[in-house]
Design a protein around this ligand. Structure first.
Ligand SMILES: *Cc1c(COP(=O)(O)O)cnc(C)c1O
Length: 382
């Protein structure tokens, strides 16, 4: 038994220690505002890390997705295709704009969007003469979707892609940063993400001029005029210059955090390899995910316990764990929405019913992880 009384958390913020220096800079310059030198430096850092010309930082990942959809002209009566296996924040912006989501299943090799289901949905949409205005591809748990297949389909039908890379900052596909493969990409710096500003988000775009447009929309669409002039709807979505200071310091340790998350995953994969029916979240050979959360699935019949049972037993032993995302097409909010399943059946629901997220904090000690693995083995084996 571990000599500690506190819970081993799922994932908690991990500061570098340099954040307060940049917060102090905002104070000493008295730029306590949603613009200033920290905002500029944070945007430059995100752009250069992701090898794009520009990025816009905003108040949340949800705001970034909202702006992305607005930039693509999504409006009332439009449809938007989206991964069903995600957090509701991927979808809510479509609702803000009066659009209707259509949910696309996951597939087994990535747990992300199924190209098979996407193809069926696009074929149907063409028959109905209502192609979607956008496809929101989520890189769930920081792991890449099958982007070659998804991009080929999007190009064939002429539909733009928004990559919801909220969980995937620092991940790559064919060595390209996730978030930069589609037309627009979004990130989140919420408290639970791989780096955090307590709350915040960012937008990147294939066409750099889209970023200027995003900043305009995020500043109430205020025109460049001697008085307050507005031609279109706008939002107050810019990120605080104080919080951007946290972001600058966090970007400096992003690569360390990614390396540590990948190490935690590899340790679980090795240590849990002989547990009957347990599988860790898979990954394509051509992708390198940040392993934001280490996730696994198992056979409920073999183990004789559900994920909820396992979570309760882990909690009693001082270990925090979580269920996988409950698919959007299973949410009361979306009971009338269309859903396209993978060829293997409803993969996302199956994942929800058989999987969990293991403690993945980058501060977790080796001793703590050994204790987690021993406890998981014990619970799943008896
Ligand atoms: C966290 C998250 C978001 C939203 O980000 P916020 O910054 O919390 O608004 C969107 N999509 C996914 C998949 C997320 O995990």
């Amino acid at each position: 038994m571990l000599k500690t009384k506190k819970m081993i958390p799922l994932a908690i913020p991990h500061m570098s220690g340099m954040e307060e220096k940049y917060i102090q800079k905002a104070f000493s310059e008295n730029w306590i505002a949603p613009l200033g030198s920290n905002v500029d430096a944070f945007e430059a850092s995100i752009a250069s890390y992701n090898r794009v010309l520009e990025s816009a930082v905003v108040s949340s990942g949800t705001a970034a997705i909202h702006l992305a959809l607005q930039l693509l002209g999504v409006g009332a009566g439009d449809t938007v295709f989206c991964s069903t296996f995600t957090f509701v924040a991927s979808i809510n912006p479509a609702l803000y704009l009066g659009a209707e989501p259509v949910f696309i299943d996951s597939e087994q090799e990535t747990w992300c969007m199924s190209p098979f289901a996407l193809k069926k949905a696009l074929e149907d949409a063409r028959k109905k003469k209502q192609l979607p205005k956008a496809i929101i591809v989520v890189h769930i748990y920081g792991q890449s979707a099958k982007m070659d297949e998804i991009i080929a389909l999007a190009n064939e039908y002429g539909v733009p892609i928004v990559e919801d890379a909220a969980e995937a900052l620092g991940s790559t596909y064919r060595n390209a940063p996730l978030g930069t493969l589609g037309d627009l990409g979004t990130f989140s710096f919420n408290g639970n993400k791989i780096i955090t500003t307590s709350g915040g988000g960012a937008l990147v775009a294939k066409q750099a001029e889209k970023i200027a447009e995003a900043r305009f929309l995020a500043s109430q669409s205020k025109e460049d005029a001697p008085y307050y002039l507005h031609h279109q709807v706008g939002y107050n979505y810019r990120l605080s210059n104080v919080l951007a200071g946290i972001g600058i310091a966090q970007m400096d340790v992003l690569n360390d955090r990614v390396a540590k998350k990948q190490e935690i995953f590899a340790t679980y994969e090795k240590g849990l390899a002989d547990v009957p029916s347990l599988v860790m979240m898979p990954e394509l050979d051509i992708a390198k995910g940040n392993r934001w959360l280490s996730t696994m699935a198992f056979c409920v019949e073999t183990v004789g316990k559900t994920p909820e049972d396992v979570i309760k037993l882990l909690k009693a032993r001082g270990i925090d764990s979580r269920l996988l995302w409950k698919p959007m097409h299973q949410q009361p909010l979306f009971q009338d929405a269309l859903f396209y399943a993978d060829e293997a059946g409803d993969v996302a629901t199956k994942l929800f019913q058989t999987g969990l997220c293991l403690p993945s904090s980058t501060q977790m000690t080796q001793e703590e992880q050994e204790y987690v693995m021993d406890t998981v083995k014990e619970i799943l084996s008896k």
